[in-house]
Design a protein around this ligand. Structure first.
Ligand code: 13P
Length: 418
């Protein structure tokens, strides 16, 4: 169960004066370090997948590992797609397993930012996912020298922020108050007066981007003024790189494993430090009791066909894969034939939905309607269609261990629908 609704997690942080770390991860060393640090500290944690990093690793390939780590953690975890730039990338993130998305249209004009963010928020909320927006502009680039990116940040205006939140429906807001992404020279000057005004007007969890390298006093004041999520990547990237450089001194022709030795440990220690500094350490138990778990739904359809050839059934199944898998919140589409003959039912669909909220959107989506009306219903009869949600935490079996049985309960009976 420890994959939880990020809204509940951040609301708890916001009302209890601490911040949850959104740690950027780019490989398994980062993933393991973040989750182990959270376990050591009994802290909630957010796994950040930053869209601009997807050119350096395969998002689709890493997500099963990220979800596995989150579901098997004993502390509350949320999986967040960071700095998404389009509706399509938000749909992809949710379908791959993120339960929170950021729409970053902060470089657009105010009305365009609102329109694009609202579009993503409507879709994501219909899938049960949390949504972060950004108003104002936090400059720089994660993991790099901020000075490499010319152009000023744009500070968030409190009055605009209120209108933005009302019109977009975002659950939390990234604000620009003086931080930048990446390394900054000298001490960062933060506009606490501005942050206080924004917090007083909005009353929702605020997000700090460019969260690396501030002082203890600054973090403390940020949290007291509404920051409930702090994004951090540059500090982690620098620590990993420093460890690798020191492993190469002297360079005695070390191989990959020796070169990377200690990276995970140094990352874990830094993350633990952040969790203590930001007050999230020791909060896991309260959140586990108070937060809604994030559970997928298994939609099961068993059916027979009538008066059609095997080729026609195959064509219908191929079209079903194509049509259903593009629907927001559809995580997996499986079509099967009974192994043993004769069987009471010969065919099945197993459609995994990200969350119970998806059910309504799924059944009203134009792709679903066209497919069922034109391809599925005309050749099928004798259908049973039921949606199940696990009534126990879905524990993904460990590679070394055995699978634990997952029992389930029916949450919806779709009758004759697909
Ligand atoms: P840093 O570059 O300061 O680590 O910030 C990362 C970030 O804000 C990602 O969204």
């Amino acid at each position: 169960m420890p994959l939880v609704d990020m809204r509940d997690m951040l609301n708890h942080a916001y009302h209890n004066n601490y911040a949850v770390g959104g740690f950027g991860l780019i490989n398994l060393d980062f993933l393991e370090a973040i989750v182990t640090a959270a376990e050591h500290c009994r802290s909630p944690v957010i796994l950040n997948l930053v869209e601009s990093h997807f050119e350096h690793f395969d998002f689709g390939l890493i997500m099963p590992a990220v979800e596995h780590a989150a579901r098997n953690a004993t502390v509350p975890v949320a999986i967040h797609s960071d700095h998404g730039t389009s509706h399509a990338s938000a749909v992809r993130a949710i379908n791959l397993g993120c339960n929170s998305v950021m729409m970053d249209a902060s470089l657009e004009s105010f009305p365009v930012n609102i329109t694009q963010t609202r579009h993503v928020a409507d879709m994501a909320h219909a899938c049960g996912a949390a949504v972060e927006g950004e108003l104002g502009y936090v400059g720089g680039g994660e993991g790099e020298n901020a000075a490499k990116y010319p152009g000023e940040g744009v500070y968030t205006a409190a009055e605009e922020a209120k209108a933005y939140v009302e019109r977009t429906g975002v659950d939390c807001l990234a604000v620009s108050i003086g931080t930048v992404h990446g390394r900054q020279r000298g001490r960062t000057k933060l506009d606490f007066g501005r942050l206080k005004r924004i917090n007083d007007m909005l009353g929702i969890p605020l997000v700090l981007h460019g969260g690396s390298g501030l002082t203890e006093e600054q973090y403390h004041k940020l949290i007291l003024n509404g920051i409930a999520k702090i994004n951090c990547y540059t500090e982690l990237s620098d620590i990993a790189a420093r460890t690798i450089r020191s492993n190469l001194q002297p360079d005695t022709g070390k191989g990959y494993i020796e070169t990377m030795l200690g990276v995970r440990d140094s990352l874990r220690e830094q993350i633990k430090l952040c969790m203590h500094l930001w007050g999230s350490a020791g909060r896991a138990a309260e959140i586990l009791v108070q937060c809604r778990p994030w559970q997928p739904v298994e939609h099961v359809i068993i059916y027979n066909t009538e008066g059609v050839s095997t080729q026609q059934v195959e064509a219908m199944i191929a079209q079903g894969h194509k049509s259903l898998s593009v629907i927001p919140g559809v995580r997996r589409v499986f079509a099967g034939w009974a192994i043993a003959e004769p069987a009471r039912y010969r065919f099945c669909w197993l459609v995994q939905l990200a969350h119970a909220n998806v059910i309504e959107n799924y059944h009203t989506h134009p792709e679903y309607r066209t497919f069922t009306k034109q391809c599925f219903q005309p050749i099928t009869h004798d259908k049973i269609s039921i949606s199940f949600v696990a009534n126990q935490p879905a524990v993904i079996p460990d590679m070394a261990g055995s699978a634990s049985a997952i029992s389930s309960r029916i949450i919806y009976n779709g009758g004759n629908s697909l």
